[in-house]
Design a protein around this ligand. Structure first.
Ligand SMILES: Cc1cc2nc3c(=O)[nH]c(=O)nc-3n(C[C@H](O)[C@H](O)[C@H](O)COP(=O)(O)O)c2cc1C
Length: 253
């Protein structure tokens, strides 16, 4: 198995690189690692009929690896430009584009990724305001379109003036690097997701019926009031939980 680290940051030797190389240090032989610094690759978007050897090289590296560790700082509340530009230039290679311009997973489907970002913002402020959320969201959006499976995300806050990783973060990065050694080729968590879904629905149905009983919305002779209140309460709970898991919940500490 091969793990490819991709660094999109202004600084080659900054704290983002330290997180990335610590994760890669956790990967052990016979597994292989490679770290590429995007600034070393003067890539441009593809132009029809024109060769693009730089993107070809990057694409080959991505195809040849099973796991990508994508590391980029948070700049201006979003993903660092170099990484974003890389995704933009790679778009037509990352996905298959249909006749209406829609995107579909293609050759990278079922590879895995782990994302890393960091910021000057303090831990508490990031926890409350989610400064780094947008960076993760951008990475997730691109990877989802390409059919690449997320393993985890790592965040580091308070990076102003930081020269070395705090010991606890170093250990977390190493732990995740070690976990990469046992990533399976294919995503086999479909059954797990269906089981989780079952329990989520069972729990929400229980809460919904509890609320109905508590607010006397279960009159014996009014089927439609019971049914209507169930649908509304269940919908609000479902929307909240989906919003939390798909939009809000990112690593902030
Ligand atoms: C252009 C630029 C924009 C930045 N914008 C933010 C920001 O909006 N919020 C924040 O907390 N930190 C911001 N930072 C701080 C970076 O997140 C910080 O430099 C990074 O955590 C350190 O990574 P490095 O050591 O790998 O360069 C910015 C830094 C630069 C250079």
């Amino acid at each position: 198995m091969k793990v490819l680290g991709i660094l999109g940051a202004h600084r080659r030797d900054g704290i983002t690189e330290k997180m990335l190389s610590t994760v890669l240090a956790g990967v052990k032989a016979p597994n292989q690692t490679e770290l590429i610094y995007l600034e070393d690759y003067p890539f441009k978007p593809d132009r029809e009929g024109q060769p693009n050897p730089v993107l070809d090289e990057l694409e080959q590296k991505m195809l040849a690896s099973d796991v990508w560790v994508l590391a980029a700082p948070t700049y201006w509340g979003g993903l660092a430009g170099k990484m974003k530009d890389f995704f933009d230039c790679m778009r037509e290679r990352l996905v298959r584009i249909d006749h209406l311009g829609g995107t579909h997973p293609d050759r990278f489907k079922n590879k895995h990724y782990l994302s890393i970002t960091d910021c000057y913002t303090g831990t508490f402020e990031n926890w409350v305001t989610g400064v780094t959320d947008q960076s993760f969201r951008t990475i997730d959006k691109v990877m989802t379109a390409a059919g690449v499976i997320k393993l985890h995300e790592l965040v580091l806050t308070n990076t102003f003036g930081m020269q070395e990783l705090p010991e606890s973060k170093k250990q977390t990065c190493l732990k995740w690097g070690q976990r990469l050694n046992s990533v399976k080729k294919r995503d086999d968590s479909t059954l797990k997701r269906y089981i989780e879904l079952f329990f989520m629905i069972a729990f929400m149905a229980l809460v919904t019926m509890g609320i109905q009983a508590g607010f006397h919305l279960l009159p014996r002779h009014s089927f439609w009031l019971s049914y209507g209140s169930f649908v509304v309460i269940f919908y609000v709970l479902l929307a909240s939980i989906l919003h939390f898991f798909t939009v809000v919940k990112h690593r902030r500490r």
